[in-house]
Design a protein around this ligand. Structure first.
Ligand SMILES: *[C@@H]1O[C@H](CO)[C@@H](O)[C@H](O)[C@H]1NC(C)=O
Length: 293
């Protein structure tokens, strides 16, 4: 930590303005209360270690959730989450960014629970201007209920990258040139929640939540936010183009990251809206880029 701070100071002193040192490899963990507040059912959130770890509780009365205090245009947002252990069928744990207006933008991680020993599904989605329908689904290469894993979003003018333990599992490129809207001018808050969705979540809704197994508990820590904070109505960001997530190295994945993404594609992907011809006879234009991966 000390040496990291030193690097920061030295870069600030000796680098020309606009030249940014590499981002912290390990984002700094902050207590929950610094950046986040509960959204609803406050009594269903439990706090540990002075707020450095929390648990969301779902029972037959209600689920719960929290949101960031600030709104952000671009940045890097991550969370360590341990999913509901045991029988989690019917439950959904979500981590997402969303703007607050009617034609909203949204970047989603949704973790669909399952019966004991059966695999979770991670569904991702992107909404632009209120329109979603861009789901992808994967199985994870580990059991997400055993340990904390890191789920993060990198969002800049060039791309939105979904990462699991630093492995890119999805890239949504800015395809404005192909006529596709890209989230760029609506600040988003970060949200997380745990709720009952047994009408669709597990095996398409066939597996129902077993309330005799309640309460269902998802655990969180490392509430990291590194974004450009703006008011809800702001359309631009003062630091745009200047912070680490805007720099060249983050405008595209590198060769190693593409290899890892292809590995996720080949071994773990179970659904991709780009390949669903029954639902979309004409795939959305950005799917052209998706196929090149
Ligand atoms: C749950 O397990 C079943 C059986 O292994 C599997 O088909 C399904 O994809 C799993 N996940 C969800 C969320 O339904």
């Amino acid at each position: 930590m000390a040496s990291f701070l030193w690097t920061l100071c030295l870069s600030a002193l000796f680098l020309a303005p606009g030249v940014i040192s590499a981002p912290p490899k390990r984002p700094i963990d902050v207590p929950f209360g610094r950046n986040y507040v509960p959204t609803w059912a406050f009594d269903h959130i439990k706090y540990f270690n002075g707020g450095s770890e929390i648990q969301l509780v779902l029972d037959k009365y209600t689920g719960t959730g929290f949101q960031s205090k600030g709104s952000y245009l671009f940045g890097h947002f991550s969370m360590h989450i341990k999913m509901v252990p045991g029988d989690s069928a019917g439950t959904v744990t979500a981590f997402y960014l969303s703007s607050q207006n009617s034609e909203h933008d949204e970047i989603d991680f949704e973790f669909l629970g399952n019966r004991t020993g059966q695999p979770y599904i991670l569904q991702t989605n992107v909404y632009t201007g209120g329109k979603g329908d861009k789901e992808q689904r994967i199985y994870l290469w580990f059991d997400p209920t055993k340990e904390f894993h890191t789920y993060s979003v990198l969002w800049n003018m060039y791309q939105i990258v979904f990462l699991v333990d630093d492995v890119p599992i999805r890239v949504f490129k800015n395809s404005k040139d192909l006529g596709v809207r890209f989230p760029f001018n609506q600040p988003m808050k970060i949200y997380s929640s745990l709720w009952n969705a047994d009408d669709w979540a597990t095996r398409g809704g066939l597996e129902k939540t077993d309330w005799s197994k309640a309460p269902f508990i998802a655990s969180y820590k490392g509430f990291h936010v590194d974004g450009c904070e703006v008011s809800v109505n702001a359309k631009f960001c003062e630091t745009q183009g200047k912070r680490w997530w805007d720099q060249k190295a983050f405008q595209d994945l590198d060769a190693y990251q593409y290899r890892r993404l292809r590995w996720v594609r080949q071994k773990y992907t179970i659904y991709n809206y780009c390949n669903d011809r029954a639902r979309f006879p004409t795939p959305s234009p950005e799917c052209k880029r998706d196929r090149d991966i």
